[in-house]
Design a protein around this ligand. Structure first.
Ligand code: PEP
Ligand code: MN
Length: 337
């Protein structure tokens, strides 16, 4: 249930109501809206509360029941866009952030060279896989703990916060110096992993599964948020369809759909969505035009020799061009009309 409070509700009155609800076993979230405070009531106990009685309280403007099974991720719970601050890099609510870097960390030279190049072009977050989910067990599985150390090296040189995939909750201690935990497409419904990252205070980049609906993606976000971590970024990275020309099919309509349903930032990954480097630019521009809050793009200093996902990786020069063109789209989006 959503409880919209009156504009003139005082802090003491709000605290009194919240404590009373919590004593009944209800989990309460508070959001400061543009003009008034909105409370979100979740948990089994919230179902038994008398909506009419809540509505009759002096400080309550109105109540609404939320039919969707995702509550904390729901825009009804949090009418404003969520803005996530990652060590000073903001995403959401008009803040556009670009995550760039290689598919996999391969060497100190590779990751620092790519980090410096993408930063010079305007990327604000550095990606690089250390633990890689590969279809074949015989393919390069990532540099693992050593890869994380190399990412830290690149962060020390550039100051860029890190985004890297976690596949196993037991690895969490290794990710201490990582700012954004990526939950990859293949793990979108690994509920134990979702709960574990939900118990951390790190931002989570949650990628949509290859064959998952938007509602399922939001339910996975809910798993993370219900553990107390509100910092979730949703990522559309293409889904499986009958089309085989591209690696996946980019569902761009996910951007307006997710932003309608949820307050969480939405980013597009045109690299995994298409699997083809020359298609990254048009899809990145289209994502910006569709209202995405950011992009995740794979960039490699030598794509032809990349240990993973070379065909979809941009060179730093290609990435620089994409950034310039995306910025033009962003300017057009911000124009007053
Ligand atoms: C990745 O970003 O490196 C990755 C493996 O992506 P996805 O989980 O979307 O396939
Ligand atoms: Mn990749």
């Amino acid at each position: 249930m959503i409880v919209e409070l009156k504009k003139n509700a005082t802090r003491d009155q709000i605290d009194l109501l919240e404590n009373w609800l919590r004593d009944k076993g209800i989990r309460v979230t508070e959001t400061q809206g543009e003009e008034n405070v909105v409370l979100g009531l979740v948990g089994k106990a919230a179902k038994s509360i008398d909506e009419k009685m809540i509505e009759s309280l002096e400080i309550v403007e109105t109540t609404k029941s939320v039919k969707e099974p995702f509550k904390r991720a729901n825009r009804k719970f949090h009418p404003e866009d969520s803005v996530i601050d990652i060590n000073g890099v903001k995403i959401g609510g008009g803040n556009f952030a670009v995550i760039a870097g290689p598919c996999s960390v391969e060497s100190p030279e590779q990751i620092t060279e790519v980090a410096k190049a993408v930063q010079a072009s305007g990327a604000t977050l550095l990606r690089g896989g250390a633990f890689k989910p590969r279809t074949s067990p015989y393919d390069f599985q990532g540099m693992k703990a050593e890869g994380l150390e190399l990412l830290e090296l690149a962060k020390a040189e550039t100051g860029m916060p890190l985004v890297t995939e976690i596949m196993n909750a037991a690895h969490l201690p290794l990710f201490e110096n990582v700012e954004v935990l990526q939950v990859g497409a293949r793990n979108m419904q690994n509920f134990e992993l979702l709960k574990a990252v939900g118990r951390t205070n790190k931002t989570v980049l949650l990628k949509r599964g290859l064959a998952n609906t938007l509602k399922e993606l939001l339910m996975s976000a809910e798993y993370i948020m219900s553990e107390g971590n509100p910092n979730v970024i949703l990522c559309e990275r293409g889904i499986r369809t009958f089309e085989t020309h591209t690696r996946n099919t980019l569902d761009l309509s996910a951007v307006p759909a997710l932003k309608e349903l949820s307050h969480l930032p939405v980013v597009i990954d045109p690299s995994h969505a298409t699997g083809i480097a020359r298609m990254v630019e048009p899809m990145a521009m289209a994502a910006a035009a569709a209202g995405a809050d950011g992009l995740m793009i794979e960039v490699h200093n030598d794509p032809a020799h990349a240990l993973c996902d070379g065909p979809q990786s941009l060179t730093p020069a290609q990435f620089d061009r994409v950034m310039k063109r995306v910025n033009l789209i962003r300017e057009a989006m911000n124009a007053d009309i």
